[in-house]
Write a protein that binds this ligand. Sequence first.
Ligand SMILES: [Zn+2]
Length: 516
Amino acid sequence: MKKFLKIAGVIIILFFAGAIAWIFTNMKDRHPGYSANLNIINKTSLVLSAGFAAVPITPEVPDRWVDNNNDAKYKPKDGDTFTDGNGNGKFDPVWIAGFSNSKPANGIHDDTWARTMIIDDSKTRLAIVILDAIGFMNDDIVDVRKMIPAEAGVTYTIIASTHTHEAVDLIGMWGKTPFISGVNKEYMAFVKEQIVKSVVEAAKNIRPVKLEVSEDLTGALSQVKDTRKPEVFDAGMRMIKAVDRETGAVLGSLVAWADHPETLWSKNLLISSDFVHYVREGVEKGVFNGDSLMKPGIGGVCVYANGALGGLMTTHPSLTIKDPFTGQEFSEPTYEKTEAQGKNLSLLALNAMENPLETIESGGISMVVRTIPLKIDNILFKLGAMLGVMKRGTMGWMKMRTELAVISVGPISFATVPGEIYPELVNGPVDAPEGNDFGIQPVEVPVIRDMMPGKYKIVLGLANDEIGYIIPKSQWDVKAPYTYGRDNSPYGEENSMGPETAGVIRRNLQEMLGEL
Ligand SMILES: [Zn+2]
C-alpha cells in the first residue's frame, strides 16, 4: 500500500510538473528582445511615391463537408467519417472566426486578401497591409516582418485586419471547442507567405504619385448601428487616392471606415470579407444596378481599413439597409443586404473622391513606433494564453507584447490601435455614467483624434495586433448597479484585456504624438 501511494505521489508530481512546463512553454516569449521602436522625424518636403498590391489569402476548402454517404454535413461531429468530395477522408477544416466556435468553412463566396499600400518619401518606406481576417496577433506580425526581404526596402510594416467575421480563424478562439486553438497551422503559414508577397509586389509597383485626400464624415452614418450606450460613432469615411504623377493613372486607394464586417451575421459558413468585398469592388470596378453601370470605378487596388469599431459598431440584423438604386430594404443578414451596404459605401467613397479636399504633391514621412508590454487582467485571456488557445507569448508574467504607431505624411496623420477601440476614446466624448464600476470621471482625455496632428486623421484599428475591446475606464461596467439603467452587465468587458488598457494606450500615444 505504501509503495502504491509512493507511485501515485510521483505520478501526481510528474503530472503537475508537466502541466506547469506546458503552460510555461505556451507563454514563452516568442520574440525575446524584439522591439519595433522607431523615431523618424522628417520635416522636409520630398516627392512621394506609392505602390499597391492585392494578394489572395483565400483558403482551399471543399464546397461542403460530406459524410461517406455523400450527405452534406455542415457541422460534423466526432465519429462521422468525412470526405471533402475529392476522396479526402480527413476532416481537416479551417474554422470561420466570429460569433461562435465550431463553424467549418463550407465553400468560398469571395476571395480574401492581403492588400498593401506603400508610401515612400525616398528616405522612409511605410507599408500598410490589410488582411481579411478577424484579427492577427503581434507575435505573428513580428514573424512576418522577419520574413520580408531587405530588398523590399521597407522601413516599417503595419499589418491590420478588416475584422471580417466570415473568414478563417488566425487568433485561435474559434476552433472546434473554446479549449483548442482554431488556427490551422498550414493556413497560418500560407497567410504569412502571402503577406510577404503582397509587400514585395507593392514595393515593385512603386511610382511617384500625387495623393488626393477626401472625406465624407457624415454620409455613412445610416450604415452602422451602435449597440452599446453611449451612442458614439466613428462613421466618417476617409480616403487617399494615389495618382501616378506621370501617367495620371490611379494606382490605388485607401478607404477607411469603422464598422464590424459582420453584416452576414452568425449563420454564414462561406468564406467572405463581408461588406468590405463590395466596397472594394465598387471603388475599383464601379457600382452597378443589375447589369447597368451607375457609377464608374477608379481602378487600381482598393485597400479597405477599419477604424474605431468597438463599443459596438455593427450592421446588426435590426438595422435596415436600403439598396441605393432599387430602394429595396434588407434587414435579415444576407449577401443581398451586404452587397447593398457595400454599394452605399462605395458610392459615398467615389463621390467624395471626385472632389478631393487636397492634393499632396510632396511631403516627409515621420513616424514614432513603440512596442509596449500590456498587462492581462482578464482571466479568460490569461487562461487562453496558458492553455495555448491563443498562441502568443508573454514578455514578463502575464504581460503581452503589443505595439503602437503614430505617423505623419504631410498633412495626413495615422495612429494605429492594436484592437477594437471604442469610438468614445477616438472622437469623444468619453462618458462617465452613473453606476460605472470605479465611480470616476473620464480619464482618457484628451481623446486620440484631438491629439493627432495634420488636417486628415486616420485611425487604423486592429493594427499590428488584436487585443480585444479597448474600453473607457469610466464606462467599465461588470458590477451592479449598472450604467444607463441596464439590468445586467453589457457585452464587452469579457473580451477586453482590462480596465486600465485604454489609459495605457492613450498615454503612450500622447507621448508618441508629442515626439512626432
Ligand atoms: Zn469585434
